[in-house]
Design a protein around this ligand. Structure first.
Ligand code: ISL
Ligand code: CA
Length: 556
C-alpha cells in the first residue's frame, strides 16, 4: 500500500510474465494426437517473442490420466505420452538458453490410486504405507462424514480389501495424502529437491491449502456446506506444514512459488504470502476468475463487482505481500469468451483489452496458452464431446438421476466447462489447427482455427499476440507498472475500469471500456496525460473511448 511502497522488495518473480502450458494440448510432435514435450521445444521462440519470462508447465509426470495428469503415479518419471526425461532436460535447457525459466506443477494433496504408495496402502490395515493416506471406518452404512468430492458424490470411497473408506477430495482415483504422517512430508520434500536439483525454478502448487485436515473429520459446518472449499482450505496445520516445507526445501533455492489457493479469501491471503512468514511467494485467489461461475453453474456478473475484487485484494495485502493476476487457466473457460466479447468484430479489441488489464494490474500476470491468440470457447452441444471427469461425473450425478434437466446442464457447461481451455492450440489453418498430423486430436480442435491461429497472428502486426508482446515490453521497462501503487479511480462505473499505477514521480492511467458502446471519460481531478499504448488507432478525442477500447496513458 502507498505508505509502505518504498519498502517493496524487488524480486524477479514480481517482474516476470508467466505463461501456462497445458502440455496435452500445446503441440503434438509425433502424430499421436497428444501434445508432448518435444512439441513444446519447437515453440520456444514463439514464447520468447511473446515476452514470456517464466513457463508454468501443467503436470508432466507419469499418470493414468483420470484427471489429465493431476493424478500422479510416479513423481520422478515423465508421462510416456509426453516423452522422456531427456526431452524434459532439453526443454529446460532450451528455456534457459533463451533467458526464460520453468516452474512445474506440484500436486501433493493427492496422488493417483495407481501410485506405489497407494497400491501398498490399500492392501491391509497394517501395511507400512497404510498411514500414507486417510483411512476411516464408515459411520453406520455410509461414509465417515458428509464431505463431498469436487468431482461429484462423496469424498469417501469404500475399499473392499479392508472394509474402510479412503478420502479423496477430487476423483476416487485421486486419494488424499495424509500430511500428518512425517514420512509423507519427507517424501514430498524429497521429490521437490529432485526437480529443483535439475534446475527448475519453482512450483505452482495444486490445491495446496487443502493439505491439512481436521483430524476428527467432522461434518461440514453449516456455513460451509455450499462452498466447501472455504472449509477445506483452512486446515489446522496448513501454515505449520508450509513453513516446514519452506525451511526444509524452498529457502535453499532461488525459486518462485505460487499456491493454487482455491477457497482462500483475500483476508486470509497474507497468512500464506507475507514474506516474513516464510510460506509461499504468491497465490491464485479465485474471486475474480470465479465471478461468473462457481466451477459448475454460470452466474451473471457486473464490472463493479470485478473491480471491487482487485481493490479488496489490494487493501488486504501490504508491501510484504505479492499478488497474481489471472482470469483463465486450464480449469476455466476461455478468457475472451468469459470476460470479453467473442463475437466479431469485438473479439480482437476485447482480447487486447483483457491483455492490457492482465499486464497492468498489480501482481504477476499469468497468461494461459491460446489466450494470446484470442482463442474462444468451443461450441460444445452434447455431453459426449466433453472429456473432463468433472463434466462426466456431474452428468451422471445430476442429469442421469433426474435432478437437473439435460438442456440446463449443457447450457451451463457451454459457458463454464474446463474443456473450453483444453482444446488444442491453434497454430495454423492446417487440419487440426496444425496441432497434430493425426486424423484426430485427443480433444476436438475449435473449427475457428481456420482463421484464429498463431501463423496468422505472427504475420499481422495488429494481432493480439503482438499486443501482448508490446505490453510485456512496456511492463518490463517501467517499474511503476510492476511495483506502483494501484488505485481504482471510478469503482462505481458500470462499463469503465479506470485505474492509476504510481511509483515516485512516474504515473500511469489505464482506461478500459468493457462494452460495445463508447464511454466518455469523466474523471474529476485525474489528469490523463499522453497516450502510451492503445488497442485501437489513436483516438480523435482523448476523453472518449470507443467500444472495447483500452488505453494506457502516462501522466507527466
Ligand atoms: O475446476 C474445478 C472443478 O471443476 C475446480 O474445483 C478445481 O478442481 C480446483 O480449482 C482445483 O484445481 C486443481 O486441482 C484439481 C485438478 O483437477 C485441477 O485441474 C487443478 O487445477 C485436482 O488436482
Ligand atoms: Ca504426441
Amino acid at each position: 500500500m502507498s505508505e509502505n511502497e518504498g519498502t517493496i522488495r524487488h524480486r524477479w518473480w514480481k517482474e516476470a510474465v508467466v505463461y501456462q502450458i497445458y502440455p496435452r494440448s500445446f503441440q503434438d510432435s509425433n502424430g499421436d494426437g497428444i501434445g508432448d514435450i518435444k512439441g513444446i521445444v519447437t515453440r520456444l521462440d514463439y514464447l520468447k517473442g511473446l515476452g514470456v519470462d517464466v513457463v508454468w508447465l501443467s503436470p508432466h509426470f507419469d499418470s493414468p490420466n483420470a484427471d489429465n495428469g493431476y493424478d500422479i503415479r510416479d513423481y520422478r518419471k515423465v508421462m510416456a505420452e509426453f516423452g522422456t526425461m531427456a526431452d524434459f532436460d532439453a526443454l529446460l535447457a532450451g528455456l534457459k538458453a533463451r533467458g526464460m525459466r520453468l516452474i512445474i506443477d506440484l500436486v501433493v494433496n493427492h496422488t493417483s490410486d495407481e501410485h506405489a504408495w497407494f497400491v501398498e496402502s490399500r492392501k491391509s490395515k497394517d501395511n507400512p504405507h497404510r498411514d500414507f493416506y486417510i483411512w476411516r471406518p464408515g459411520r453406520g452404512d455410509g461414509p465417515p462424514n458428509d464431505w463431498r468430492s469436487y468431482f461429484s458424490g462423496s469424498a469417501w470411497t469404500l475399499d473392499p480389501a479392508t472394509g474402510e473408506y479412503y478420502l479423496h477430495l477430487f476423483a476416487d482415483k485421486q486419494p488424499d495424502l495424509n500430511w500428518e504422517n512425517d514420512h509423507v512430508r519427507a517424501e514430498v520434500y524429497d521429490l521437490m529437491r529432485f526437480w529443483l536439483d535439475k534446475g527448475v525454478d519453482g512450483f505452482r502448487m495444486d490445491v495446496i491449502p487443502m493439505i491439512s485436515k481436521e483430524q476428527d473429520f467432522p461434518d461440514y459446518p453449516p456455513e460451509h456446506r455450499e462452498r466447501t472449499e472455504y472449509y477445506h482450505a483452512v486446515g489446522p496445520r496448513l501454515h505449520e506444514f508450509l513453513q516446514e516445507m519452506n525451511r526444509e526445501v524452498l529457502s535453499k533455492y532461488d525459486v518462485m512459488t505460487v499456491g493454487e489457493a482455491f477457497g482462500v479469501t483475500p483476508e486470509q491471503t497474507p497468512d500464506l504470502v507475507d514474506e516474513r512468514r516464510g510460506e509461499l511467494n504468491m497465490i491464485f485467489n479465485f474471486d475474480a476468475v470465479r465471478i461468473n461461475n462457481d466451477g459448475r453453474r454460470y452466474q451473471p456478473w457486473t464490472l463493479p463487482e470485478l473491480k471491487a475484487v482487485y481493490t479488496r485484494l489490494e487493501e488486504r495485502t501490504d508491501a510484504h505481500c505479492w499478488n497474481t493476476v489471472f482470469l483463465s487457466n486450464h480449469d476455466n473457460p476461455r478468457l475472451v469468451s468469459s470476460f470479453g466479447d467473442d463475437e466479431e468484430p469485438w473479439r480482437v479489441p476485447s482480447a487486447k483489452l483483457l491483455a492490457t488489464m492482465l499486464m497492468t494490474l498489480r501482481g504477476t500476470p499469468f497468461v494461459y496458452q491460446g489466450d494470446e491468440l484470442g482463442m474462444t470457447n468451443y461450441p460444445f452441444t452434447a455431453v459426449e464431446q466433453y472429456d473432463d471427469i468433472a463434466v462426466r461425473n456431474a452428468w451422471k450425478a445430476e442429469v442421469l438421476t433426474g435432478r437437473v434437466a439435460a438442456a440446463d446442464f449443457l447450457a451451463d457447461m457451454a459457458r463454464t466447462s474446463r474443456d473450453h481451455s483444453r482444446t488444442p492450440m491453434q497454430w495454423s489453418a492446417a487440419p487440426n489447427g496444425g496441432f497434430t498430423t493425426a486424423q484426430k486430436a485427443w480433444l476436438a480442435v475449435n473449427p475457428n482455427a481456420a482463421t484464429i491461429n498463431a501463423e496468422a497472428a505472427l504475420a499481422d502486426p495488429g494481432s493480439i499476440y503482438h499486443h501482448y508482446a508490446r505490453l510485456a515490453g512496456l511492463r518490463r521497462s517501467h517499474p511503476a507498472l510492476i511495483y506502483g501503487d494501484f488505485v481504482d479511480v471510478a469503482p462505481e462505473h458500470p462499463r469503465l475500469f479506470a485505474y492509476t499505477r504510481t511509483l515516485d514521480d512516474e504515473a500511469y492511467v489505464v482506461l478500459l471500456n468493457f462494452s460495445r458502446q463508447p464511454v466518455d471519460v469523466d474523471l474529476p481531478g485525474i489528469e490523463i496525460g499522453d497516450l502510451v499504448l492503445g488497442n485501437l488507432a489513436p483516438p480523435a478525442d482523448a476523453r472518449r473511448l470507443a467500444g472495447w477500447e483500452a488505453r494506457i496513458h502516462r501522466r507527466r
